[in-house]
Design a protein around this ligand. Structure first.
Ligand code: ADP
Length: 228
């Protein structure tokens, strides 16, 4: 469970990105975080990975106060969280397989284990045939699916996606979200997706948390983009 208790984030330049956010996300939920550009969506996700710290308030993940985690233990927190951020770049000189293997290599896992886990996740995202392709040889949707595979290969409990459909055509965008939905259902991974893609949100009918100028304007189950 992810819990925000009276969370405010003010950047050093004085910009208030989030104000008095109270939010509870249960294990296995799928949540669209929506709102205009500048509403605070990215900041909300960055607070969960401790890339940003709130000015006030508490953030709990499975009842652990993540603001009390010492810097040296932040990698342990981040291992529980898969991220697909807008600026998430694949390593261009590595194949799809090698890119997806990175999080397991960082954990110094055995080659045989890496081989098995990467193959399984590539199959899940439908990229097994592209395992030996390099990023330049992939379509936009395939690049995003590789990024998703890399984000889930170490079996995170939470998956954060920031505008994962940004540059994709409508059909490919929908396929990417279908994949996130499949991961949510099959692996019980909690998914938080920040987006301003109205047609995607209206199609998938998930919980919608609408941010407006740093505040939660609406929070609706099976909502639409405007959260009604
Ligand atoms: P969104 O993801 O909804 O576009 P952000 O969380 O990126 O919103 O930004 C929320 C507000 O905080 C905006 O006004 C933005 O300009 C500001 N902001 C974001 N990051 C920083 C930063 N590092 N320093 C100062 N202001 C920031």
């Amino acid at each position: 469970m992810i819990q925000f208790e009276s969370v405010t984030k003010k950047y050093p330049n004085g910009q208030i990105a989030l104000e008095d956010i109270n939010l509870k996300i249960e294990d296995g939920e799928f949540v669209f975080v929506v709102g205009a550009s500048g509403a605070g969506k990215s900041t909300l996700l960055k607070l969960i990975t401790r890339e940003a710290r709130p000015t006030q308030g508490k953030i709990l993940i499975d009842d652990q106060d993540i603001l009390r985690i010492p810097e040296s233990k932040i990698p342990v927190l981040r291992r529980r969280i898969g991220t697909i951020f807008q600026d998430f770049k694949l390593l261009l000189n590595r194949t799809v397989f090698e890119n997806v293997a990175v999080p397991l290599e960082v954990l110094s896992q055995k080659d045989s284990h890496i081989e098995k886990e990467v193959s399984a996740v590539l199959e899940k995202v439908g990229l097994l045939e592209k395992a030996n392709s390099f990023p330049v040889q992939l379509s936009g949707g395939e690049i995003q699916r590789t990024a998703i595979a890399r984000a889930i290969v170490a079996k995170p409990v939470v998956l954060l996606a920031d505008e994962p459909t940004g540059d994709l055509d409508p059909k490919t965008a929908r396929e990417v979200v279908e994949l996130l939905e499949k991961i949510n259902k099959e692996d019980k991974t909690t998914v938080l997706m920040a987006t301003h893609n109205e047609s995607i949100v209206n199609h998938f009918k998930k919980r919608v948390v609408l941010l407006k100028k740093g505040k939660i304007e609406k929070d609706v189950k099976e909502g639409n983009y405007d959260a009604d």
